[in-house]
Write a protein that binds this ligand. Sequence first.
Ligand SMILES: [Zn+2]
Length: 207
Amino acid sequence: MSMGADLTRLIVGLLIGMIIPRLPLLFFTRFINMERHLTPHPDPIPVGIPLIQRLLLMRRVHAMCWVVAALPLIMGLLIIKSSPEPFALGLVAGVSWFVISRAIPQDSNSGFGILPLSLIQDINNLREPETVCCQRQLLQWEVRAIRCLHCRSVAMNVPRPDLGRMRSDGLLMGSFRVLLMDGRSPFPHDSIVAQGVELLGKVTEEE
Ligand SMILES: [Zn+2]
């Protein structure tokens, strides 16, 4: 068989291996109308019970991705066992990328996974915050952080991940973004940025 055909099969396998594990993330909460208590995308979501419920649901959806990932992985490995088929190699490589992208935590302080339980607990605590920023405190999760609507003070510096709402950027573009970012926010955690700036400062001092 020609080299070109083998390469095409490898790439097709790779793409399918990358997309299949993420199918729950793309479609599970978006096909049916599950937005009743949530503001439409990309508006900020008030910190409250509907948000916590959605976060817990998204954790389950992420867990579902692992189950779905097993299927192409087992299929690919079974095919490779009998013959070195490029499609199967691509499939296994694609799923492996999914596993690696999730096994490595986004920053060393946060827990395992894209939506660690510790983060959901911290957000749940914000429903009854210990400190009050202003008299009309209304916390909501914006794209980059959880802030008060009225005084704009930041309650928690965490960019908002994809919460499975119907996307305002359309099915195609929205799905592509979710695939690309794996449901994470495209904005880095500020702690990472701060570490980077600090590191850069040290380097320039040494020079
Ligand atoms: Zn306030």
